[in-house]
Design a protein around this ligand. Structure first.
Ligand code: PLP
Length: 383
């Protein structure tokens, strides 16, 4: 946690930014279901006018996430894609943006199909190779968007190196921090301009809410994002803000248990004779292990692996009893996903094959169930 803050991460996660409601003493920050707010007279406002602009519950979620990411301000959106879309509006027609090549399928589609029409050009490259990033920069490059670890191949990009390049060339650096969460990784402290989250995942943590965040320390960026948030309207609702805040209270203990389970499962998979390769940043033979260790304090709970025979894919997706075959990640439930047709369906097949996102690749989002039950479940279909 940044040295300016008085308390530590866990304490802010539990208390939230305002530590409940001052006027009533409510421990749980209240849910303000009001679309509009009364004015006592001309030019007199309580600070709240209309809930698209400000809502106390959403504000509490924003202030809490800002504290956890050690940023000046956070903005809460209806989902991760809405947060990313607000960031795209920092660019204009004719600008060029560089993105990690194996990233969330929806982010690929946003640039490849939605904003390409408005002449915002995108290059998808392996950002874990800093020389490739340098080579991809053009005179009109205005943004670099990375995911680290990436989705689904867990490639690790050096956040500080990217941020330094961006600072020198007046480029906005954006880090999607969904996978590691601020509990393990705080990109703003490493020099990134913006952190984005799909709060739907670990921050919410219970697969019961969709949410998105953009966090920054840069006043000019915050002002532009705030303007986009109110102008385009994809705000986080008061009830979803409240659910998100409730989820965040246990973020640290969920992440601890998730990681403990993930390390055991990754090691078990590595020893399984029907598994060809395991991608997990917590394995010390993983390509990005050292860089990840340098820039974060944990490995998280996302594991991808490649099976030797397609029959195991069928088995894994149909016959597991504890683990559910479902899209998404970051909840207390362990989920298994097939990136080839699910999370990365938006990506053209030739790109997926080049990256190794094929019929043999499986992704797991580890939850907090009993570890023996999880391993026995996998054992039942992999042996
Ligand atoms: C899920 C996800 C998103 C999109 O978030 P939504 O909340 O589904 O809109 C963006 N980035 C990453 C890394 C994700 O996992």
């Amino acid at each position: 946690m940044g040295n300016k803050l008085r308390y530590s991460f866990e304490t802010y996660a539990v208390s939230g930014a305002r530590k409940g409601d001052k006027s009533t003493g409510a421990i749980s920050y209240p849910l303000y279901l009001s679309a509009t707010f009364k004015h006592n007279g001309l030019n007199e406002s309580t600070g709240y006018d209309y809930s698209r602009l400000q809502n106390p519950t959403r504000e509490e979620a924003e202030k809490t996430i800002a504290l956890l990411e050690n940023g000046k301000e956070a903005l809460a959106f209806s989902c991760g894609m809405a947060a990313l879309t607000a960031c795209v509006h920092l660019f204009k027609s004719g600008d060029h943006v560089i993105l990690s090549e194996d990233l969330y399928g929806g982010t690929f589609r946003l640039f490849d199909e939605v904003y390409s029409v408005y002449n915002i050009e995108a290059s998808f490259i392996d950002t874990s190779d800093i020389n490739k990033v340098k080579d991809a920069i053009r005179s009109n490059t205005r943004g670099i968007i990375i995911e680290t670890p990436s989705n689904p191949l867990m490639r690790v990009t050096d956040i500080k190196a990217i941020s330094d390049i961006c600072k020198a060339k007046n480029i906005i650096s954006i880090v999607d921090n969904t996978f590691l969460t601020p509990y393990y990784q705080r990109p703003l402290e490493l020099g990134a301009d913006i952190v984005v989250h799909s709060g739907t995942k670990y921050l919410g943590g219970h697969n019961d809410v969709l949410a998105g965040f953009a966090i920054s320390n840069n006043e000019e960026i915050i002002e532009k994002l705030r303007f986009m948030q109110k102008s385009t309207g994809a705000i986080l609702s008061p009830f979803d803000s409240w659910l998100l805040l409730r989820g965040v209270k246990t973020l640290h203990i969920r992440m601890d248990r998730i990681q403990e389970n993930a390390i055991k499962i990754a090691k078990w998979l590595e020893c399984n004779k029907n598994v060809e390769k395991v991608y997990y940043v917590g394995l010390n033979n993983h390509k990005g292990y050292e860089v990840n260790k340098e820039q974060s304090s944990g490995f998280g709970g996302m594991i991808s692996f490649r099976v030797k025979d397609k029959k195991y894919v069928e088995n894994l997706l149909s016959n597991l009893k504890v683990i559910s075959f479902a899209e998404s990640l970051g909840g207390v439930e362990t989920l298994i996903t097939y990136p080839f047709t699910q999370t990365h369906s938006e990506m053209p097949e030739e790109i997926k094959r080049k990256l190794g996102i094929d019929e043999y690749l499986i992704r797991l989002s580890i939850g907090i169930e009993n570890i023996d039950d999880l391993i026995n479940d996998l054992k039942s279909v992999l042996e």
